[in-house]
Design a protein around this ligand. Structure first.
Ligand code: CU
Length: 140
C-alpha cells in the first residue's frame, strides 16, 4: 500500500514535469513563431501621401509611402503616371532619411487630372509586393 502510493507520487511528479516542460516548449515555440512572423512578414503599405483616392487642390511636392518594415531602396520602385499612362518623372524613389520604412518620389508640378501611383518593394522575406492607387489634382 505504501509502496503503491510512492509509485503514484513518482508518476504524478513525472507527469507534472512533463506538463511543465511541454508548457515551456510551447511557450518557446510560440515566441519563436511570433518573432519569425515579425522578421519574415510581407511588407505592407501602412500609409500614403497623397492618400488613395485623395482629391487635391494643389500639386503635391512628392509621393511618400510608409511600410511596416524597412525598405531596400535598390529593390524599390515608385512611379507616377498621368491618365494617359505617361510617367511624370524619371526620378528614382529614395528612402526617407528620417525613416527607413518610408520611401518618397519627388514630383514636378502636376496639372489638374487623375494620377496613378505604382509601387513595388521587396519584403524582408523575399516576396515582391506591388500595388497601385489613384489620386486626383483638381483643375485650377
Ligand atoms: Cu511574404
Amino acid at each position: 500500500m505504501k509502496r503503491e502510493s510512492f509509485v503514484e507520487l513518482l508518476i504524478k511528479k513525472i507527469v507534472t514535469k512533463i506538463n511543465i516542460s511541454s508548457f515551456v516548449m510551447g511557450l518557446v515555440s510560440l515566441v519563436l513563431l511570433s518573432s519569425s512572423n515579425v522578421v519574415f512578414a510581407h511588407a505592407a503599405l501602412t500609409k500614403a501621401e497623397p492618400a488613395r483616392r485623395a482629391v487635391l487642390t494643389i500639386s503635391p511636392k512628392q509621393v511618400r509611402l510608409w511600410f511596416n518594415e524597412e525598405i531596400e531602396a535598390d529593390y524599390a520602385s515608385l512611379s507616377l503616371y498621368d491618365a494617359n499612362g505617361k510617367a511624370l518623372t524619371e526620378k528614382k524613389p529614395l528612402v526617407h532619411p528620417d525613416d527607413a520604412k518610408s520611401i518618397y518620389l519627388e514630383l514636378p508640378e502636376l496639372a489638374g487630372g487623375q494620377y496613378t501611383v505604382k509601387f513595388r518593394v521587396l519584403s524582408v522575406d523575399g516576396h515582391v509586393v506591388d500595388s497601385e492607387y489613384n489620386f486626383t489634382v483638381k483643375n485650377k
